[in-house]
Design a protein around this ligand. Sequence first.
Ligand code: NAG
Ligand code: NAG
Ligand code: NAG
Length: 518
Amino acid sequence: MFFSFKVMTSRLLLLLCCWTALAKHRDGTEKNAPSFLVDYENDRFLLDGEPFRYISGSIHYFRIHPDQWLDRLKRVRALGFNAIQYYVPWNWHEVERGTFDFTGGRDFARFSRLAESLGMYTLLRMGPYSCGEWENGGLPYWLIANDKDIVQRTNDTRFTSEVSRWFSVLSTQIIPLLRRNGGPVLMVQIENEYGSYYACDHNYNNFLRDEAWRLLGKDTQLYTTDNFPADGSGEGYLKCGAVDGVFATVDFGPTIPQNVDKYFAIQRKFLPNGRGPLVNSEFYPGWLVLWGQREQQLPSDEAMIATAKAMWDKGASINFYMIYGGTNFGFWNGAETNAPVITSYDYSAPISENGDFTPVYMKIRNWIKSIPGWKNEPTNPPKSNEKKAYPTVSMQLMMPIMQMEKARKYASCSASTNPLSFEDLRWQFGYVLYYTKLKTCGTNLTIEKVHDFGYVRLSGKPQGRFVKNFWDKNTTTINLKGCQNGDTLEIIVENQGRQTYETINDFKVFLLSRNTKG
Ligand SMILES: *[C@@H]1O[C@H](CO)[C@@H](O)[C@H](O)[C@H]1NC(C)=O
Ligand SMILES: *[C@@H]1O[C@H](CO)[C@@H](O)[C@H](O)[C@H]1NC(C)=O
Ligand SMILES: *[C@@H]1O[C@H](CO)[C@@H](O)[C@H](O)[C@H]1NC(C)=O
């Protein structure tokens, strides 16, 4: 009896399901099938067939301890945001060539699923280049270690063949997350601000588009983003960064209302028939900080909110870069032309590095609360995390880095007539100690190129520091005090992070000039 009743119930359910499916069909729209696309003619997005806009925030899983992912995402959700945006840095997932890691702090699928569980979609930036003030802009250091002359971010086959190999692995992680498959990923960005790169190689960004479509499926909504520098030269950047068939978006920070109009008008020039939804993919509430930087000027909260409102009133979707910045753990910070990026990536973001709310957080939340009909209403912000004093921390000596004879016990050494680069040594980060016994000794030691700093000791005594282009300062000559034939010369070379905005095959290196003696 019981058994047959169960069968009947499930038949009934089955019938009901068929009925709703039919209803959808008769309506002619298939409204609830998961999908996401740009409806160019009507200047809007369609999510599952319905008009859609987003207010999202950049938040980088690779800059947050995975135990804190949920906490930080809840703070983003409490603002009323309905999406997040992040890069997937290639070098974070393929640290050494052929070894892939998508677990723990690298499990971005889990990060997106957590966001989804709170009611936020994902805008995923697959690269291969990210920038993001991240080591080498997200490109693996082994690309230049394997081939010194490789021309990155162009259609150089030495580069594109590696990208194809990486994308074929990465795409298997992304596919289950795509909206079409019921997942939270709405759009996938290729490259990043490509128009700011000198190469302007359309063969290359067409190749990225075709690879992404081939691997993810042609119905995957792709996008690009290009920036507007303060001098207003944004249009030239879009000429190199926008890709046929790919939705072009723009980046700009708080500005006057006339510029909002101007920048979005330029975005539309790069959309089919000049139509399509407006998107600012990087709207800057704060900014990054470099080592040695003395001061920083940020826009006022009022200017920031005013620009956000102006964009919203024009019908735009907006991504705040960063809504939560986080931390460059380990040696993962990148470098700018002037100096490397500091360990903190707080970014003066509305949610501070330790998860606290700043005054501007509440202003953004209040603004979103006031938007009529906004579906993802702000929730109550979680309480600030408890602060505690650190107990006494006792330090232990691990290894005497400035005493070569002792350090050899801990590290491997290579002998070479000419100094080997970090890349030659397959040493991605940190420090390399170079040492030699001087047969003949001069007064001055001149080295053509030490990237980035080189700390000099002569038979154990500190002599000074080589500097390469730190806030435009260079030290290429060190005076050796009381140098005698047979002294030991030690130079510790420090890698402070590879260039992020500019892609320059940034070797970490110490090169002897031809006239260096001894
Ligand atoms: C790369 O692009 C250039 C034009 O910019 C073209 O001449 C060349 O054949 C392309 N190379 C490859 C490998 O596609
Ligand atoms: C060594 O360098 C100092 C400072 O750069 C310079 O004044 C001096 O003339 C140099 N000495 C020799 C012998 O080249
Ligand atoms: C320091 O070196 C960099 C890179 O070679 C160069 O661009 C810069 O002009 C130099 N600065 C000075 C003050 O000479």
